[in-house]
Ligand binder design. Structure first.
Ligand SMILES: [Zn+2]
Length: 319
């Protein structure tokens, strides 16, 4: 097998070969050998002419492909296009628009848009452990018009303060660790504090601005920096999150023409993925991690296709 790609240009050449695509994804999805997605057994045969496997156990859905049970499932697009799009989304620092993906892959913008959303969804972080140590929390408002949003959600989303057409986002950053983001209905005390209690370990040092909603977080070593007075007081600041917000907004405003609030989850996850995997990671590493997440997402496919709708939706069913 050829050396695995380390740049976009190499990735395009490498994944133009369907055997390379298959070997690459198989090695990540089934590092210990191919197993049946339905029953989990390893007693499977490869049907080379169909590029599928068949389980020897007698049950329904005995045949499966590399795409079965992943975000690629039911997509008519080849792995060459999926993997190249994944490379673009996981590595472009300011995000990549569906127009750029469409041009790079010679597909329609609608198709590219749908691929982008599936890839972003797969990059979303699981709940994980609570953040601890020194933790910054900050809220921001982003996104644009609330049109095209389901009426009930629209009513909920635009009730926050700070502009009725903006969407409130809470960010929580563990210094030296990871960032988490959450679209919140508003920035009221009850909303923000319940998120912080869910995501931050009690006893951690917690740094926020002087927003009244943060008053009374007594289970943390809570320190406040009043931005009307100063931005930094020793360790007390929220500069880590300010940096993250500026990256996020540069991506949203510079790369995407507009982000509907109900797509914001995906963009937040995408930006957090790149942010959390920035240090010591090469483009190849980030891509590798993205592919592992994609092929590991078995339960989420039903959510994507609307059988089990998550909080955000894909909008028009284009694929
Ligand atoms: Zn089976």
């Amino acid at each position: 097998m050829e050396r695995e790609p380390t740049s976009l240009q190499e990735a395009i050449v490498y994944f133009a070969d369907s055997y390379n695509c298959r070997d690459y994804v198989v090695a990540r999805r089934w590092p210990d050998g191919v197993t049946c997605p339905t029953c989990g057994c390893a007693d499977v045969i490869f049907l080379a002419n169909q590029n599928r496997w068949q389980c020897r156990n007698r049950h329904s859905q005995r045949q499966f492909s590399l795409k079965t049970g992943t975000i690629y499932e039911d997509s008519p697009l080849g792995l060459d296009k999926w993997l190249t799009a994944t490379w673009l989304v996981s590595n472009c620092k300011n995000g990549v628009s569906s127009c750029e993906v469409a041009r790079a892959l010679n597909i329609t913008q609608k198709t590219a848009w749908f691929m982008d959303h599936r890839i972003r969804f797969s990059l979303g972080m699981g709940p994980g452990n609570k953040l601890s140590g020194q933790v910054e929390a900050d809220e921001t408002f982003t996104g644009g018009k609330a049109r095209n949003m389901h009426a009930s959600k629209r009513a909920k989303r635009i009730t926050g303060t700070g502009g009725k057409d903006k969407t409130a986002v809470l960010g929580i950053l563990e210094r030296g660790g990871k960032v988490r983001t959450k679209v919140v209905e508003n920035t009221k005390k009850k909303t923000l504090q319940s998120e912080l209690r869910e995501h931050v370990l009690a006893g951690s040092a917690l740094f926020t601005d002087a927003l009244k909603s943060y008053d009374g977080l007594d289970e943390f070593q809570h320190e406040v920096v009043d931005h009307a007075v100063e931005y930094v007081r020793g360790e007390v600041h929220t500069n880590g999150l300010e940096n993250f917000w500026s990256l996020l907004k540069r991506g949203i405003n510079g790369t995407y023409v507009s982000v509907e609030p109900f797509h914001l989850f995906g963009y937040l996850d995408e930006q957090a993925f790149r942010y959390n995997n920035r240090n010591g990671f090469t483009d190849k590493d980030r891509f590798d991690l993205a592919v592992r997440q994609i092929v590991g997402k078995r339960l989420t496919f039903d959510q994507l296709t609307g059988k089990d709708q998550p909080e955000w939706t894909l909008g028009q069913p284009w694929a």
